[in-house]
Design a protein around this ligand. Sequence first.
Ligand code: XMP
Length: 425
Amino acid sequence: MKQTPETIVMLNFVCDDIQKIARAVRDKNIYTMVMPYTVSAERVNQEKPVGLIVCKDKTAPARDAELAKFKALNIPLVELEISDEASKSAAVEKAVDFCLNTCKCSGSWTMENFLEEAIKDIREQVGNETVVLGLSGGVDSSVVAALIHKAIGKQLTCVFVNHGLLRKNEAESVQEIFARNFDMNLVYVDASDRFLDKLKGVSDPEQKRKIIGKEFIEVFADAAAQTGAPFLGQGTIYPDILESIPLDGNPNGVIKSHHNVGGLPENLKFKLVEPVDCLFKDEVRKLGRLLGLPSELLDRHPFPGPSLGVRHIGAIERNTLHILREADAIVTEELLKSGWYHKTWQTFAIFVPVKTVGMKNHKRTYDYVIAIRSINSVDAVTAQVVRLPWELLDTMSNRIINEVDGVNRVVYDITQKPPGTIEWE
Ligand code: XMP
């Protein structure tokens, strides 16, 4: 979907920063699309672009033959070459200047216009039919839910699956925001027992992830089928699409496969509604704000699909999961209170199934360990440990030990990524 009077096509001649440059140009209200250099000239022409920007890292080969076929289109074209930080910021300025002055872009691609057009497109696509959407409470699915709801109201039904690994009060807060505040059709499926029973005794991290993923698809597919909706709404965003396009010659061409569909069974033949598939993450947040979603939801830390399941090391028991959930709630509460929540990318508690000796009320204790991890990152590929103030860590630690039964020791994870991953499992 493309809601814009003017399109600029950016051709990826192997440039690591192309998404960043595309976003920077969009910040000037100029709509950009990214395509691999292997794309056909006809495909580029279909978008009726008013300008072409060729982006390439200095070390990438010239590829004159490919360049020639785009030059033959007789559309204004500029070539940008990135070698270091200075050339990266110069490239952005040059790109914007090219769009405004050579291509005469009007700079009228705003989120307000996007919203208006997206609503029109959704109504046109769906007609009088119904849409079902899996709502996780994460940014992308939440914004898509609010957007589709704005377009077609009660023709949308959201399905929220509680897999038993959610954070404290998460199920309540998602229902509060969507069903009550937005008056949205919301089917709440409490499948906690089913998940926790399947996970019983399973300690291998990969095995745990597989079980959670498989059960999730089954439970969701079942609930979605019951709505009888022919359309499935999805929170696919632009990087999901870009990162699944193979870029020949670039070993990092395919970063991850686009599996937002979550591997739904083949026999569920949904037609997809993906209204934010041309937006970057920040733009999705901006749209969410425009739709009236609370910051509590839009500015949340990333949270993995398998949820507390990968932060509870080893086999998951209901009582130890409860320990993690309570400790995690304290960490988040103190982080918000101190103003550090929005200064970190992710900060959370981990349950460590190791018992150590301690003292509580003059009595010997033999209880579990909670670890705290706080990192900053730009893209989650690398991460730096945040040096949270000692006083804040002290408060978290004291509260966890005093308020959560079964914990007598709190440790701080000081491992960078790499070599450590952000999540412990
Ligand atoms: P790692 O642990 O690989 O995490 O350093 C990188 C980022 O990805 C998140 N993460 C996941 N997100 N499903 C998700 O949707 C997953 O299975 C998953 N595993 C890790 C993690 O929280 C971090 O932001």
